[in-house]
Design a protein around this ligand. Structure first.
Ligand code: SAH
Ligand code: SF4
Ligand code: F3S
Length: 466
């Protein structure tokens, strides 16, 4: 009988990718995905360590899972609880000391060993398995080739880890040193995804534009040439995330000009607009460096939509530093962005600073920055009211008869449209702007009842789909 696997994912897209791959690893061993932890044979929490809140969520979830585990044990069956991902990597065995219901702890680089770990956990009641190695072997060489239900859009990890060591960030410790997969391996995975019906691939890396993988010509390839290669392999839409400003090289910027499949959207975190804070963050760029990079990108692709991450209340941040951040945001004009209160993370250099900003000040600055960013997002979206945009529908919408998708600029769109348009890029007239999504109208010609039934698309839409 099929065993039930429940995975809960926290944190970034790389964790989303990893969770999907864990399911792929376990599928041949009889595990099928289930929607709730109740009654599951195996529960994996794929965790995030980036901010304190993210890490603490895991322990409250484990408190709830303990009860499900007890209930399962009362029926004479076993539930294996595993903590994976970045909290697992950072805290290791400590997790089992804090939460005794945990059977297994493994990091982002060892999940290809899951079947073997399960075997070890099953050998004795109460056996605990901890695997937080950074192994010599490359997990990608051991992951299965099949993809389980990939959908219309998919993530593809091309690079992992980070060598930048921003002073606030745990990623270099939880994910390890920067490593790029080969062009051939990425290409093969992309082709498998396309063959399985995927239309849009988002290339992932903690520092994705630092990509430097072995190319088919024996040389080292950067992200720009890789994107060009994938565009020639039938990927209809390409995106990538997350980038560091210092790694926006000429070839990548040129790809934004030359490769139509590369979507005009870029998440380019800057963190702060103050040079003093940027230096303390060890970001290795100034606010003006960032302005110039954006200018070069906009010269190559004038309509590009920009996104960013901001941290407010970094240790030592003054009102003046914060004003510099607001000024940078006003200068750039973002389509959308994320902002966070600084959270001191164990083991990072910034956590040892003694000039921590008061919580109330952080709250205040966060509210101010979010208000400005929201206003920019609204202005960006409003500019497309009445416009015709190309939308990739990727799933049913919330209401019956509705589909949901994304524009080239990653704006969410809802429109009434038939299910068969899932997976199609369709021209949509934008008729209304909501806070976080756009309302679109698709031209659909009513079915001609004298013809064999099957609704047809209007000529306009048919062209758009091609
Ligand atoms: N690799 C990406 C970001 C990874 S983490 C980059 O280079 O920008 C995602 C975002 O979380 C970061 O951009 C940063 O804004 C935020 N973040 C990271 N560490 C944080 C911390 N200690 N406190 C608050 N926010 C943090
Ligand atoms: Fe963290 Fe900086 Fe690396 Fe991004 S570039 S993952 S913020 S250390
Ligand atoms: Fe979180 Fe790890 Fe991603 S810390 S943001 S899950 S790399």
């Amino acid at each position: 009988m099929a065993k039930k696997l429940f995975i809960k994912t926290y944190g970034c897209q790389m964790n989303v990718y990893d969770s999907a791959r864990m399911a792929d690893v376990l599928a041949p061993h009889g595990y099928g995905m289930t929607e709730t932890p109740e009654g599951a044979d195996m529960v994996i929490l794929n965790t995030c360590h980036i901010r304190e809140k993210a890490a603490e969520k895991v322990y409250s979830e484990l408190g709830r899972l303990r009860l499900h585990k007890q209930a399962k044990e009362e029926t004479g069956e076993r539930m294996i609880i595993a903590v994976a991902g970045c909290v697992a990597q950072a805290e290791g065995e400590e997790i089992i000391r804090r939460a005794a219901c945990v059977d297994m702890v493994f990091g982002p680089q060892t999940y290809h060993r899951l079947p073997e770990m399960i075997e070890r956990a099953n050998r004795a009641v109460g056996a605990k398995v901890v695997d937080t190695d950074f192994p010599a072997e490359d997990k990608f060489d051991f992951l299965p080739n099949h993809v389980t239900n990939p959908g219309v859009t998919a993530f593809l990890s091309i690079q992992e880890g980070c060598d930048k060591f921003c002073s606030f960030c745990v990623v270099p410790y939880t994910r390890g040193a920067e490593q790029s997969r080969s062009v051939a391996a990425i290409e093969a995975e992309a082709i498998r995804l396309v063959d399985a019906g995927v239309r849009e691939i988002t290339l992932l890396g903690q520092n994705v534009n630092a990509y430097h993988g072995a190319g088919p010509d024996g040389g080292e390839w950067g992200l720009g040439p890789l994107i060009e290669r994938l565009a020639s392999r039938g990927v209809q839409r390409i995106r990538y995330t997350t980038s560091h400003p210092r790694d926006m090289d000429d070839a990548l910027i040129a790809a934004h000009r030359d490769v139509p499949q590369l979507m005009p959207y870029l998440h380019l975190p800057v963190q702060s607009g103050s040079d003093r804070i940027l230096a303390m963050m060890n970001r290795k760029h100034t606010a003006d460096n960032y302005r110039r990079i954006v200018e070069r990108i906009r010269n190559a692709r004038p309509d590009i939509a920009l996104s960013s991450d901001f941290i407010v209340g970094f240790p030592g941040e003054t009102d003046r530093d914060f004003a510099d951040t607001l000024r940078l945001i006003s200068d750039i004009g973002y389509a959308q962005a994320y902002s966070f209160k600084y959270s001191a993370r164990p083991g990072t250099p910034a956590a040892a600073e003694d000039s921590h900003v008061a919580e109330a000040v952080k709250e205040d600055r966060l509210a101010t920055v979010q208000q400005l960013l929201r206003a920019q997002q609204t202005a960006f979206n409003e500019a497309y009211r009445g416009a015709r945009m190309s939308v990739l529908f990727d799933r049913p919408g919330r209401h019956p008869g509705q589909l949901a998708g994304r524009t080239q600029y990653l704006q969410a769109v809802h429109a009434d449209a038939p299910t068969r348009l899932i997976g199609a890029v369709v021209d949509c007239d934008i008729v209304d702007i909501r806070t976080t999504s756009l309302k679109g109208v698709v031209d659909i010609v009513e079915p001609d009842h004298n013809q064999p039934s099957q609704d047809r698309l209007g000529p306009q839409t048919e062209r758009a789909i091609a």
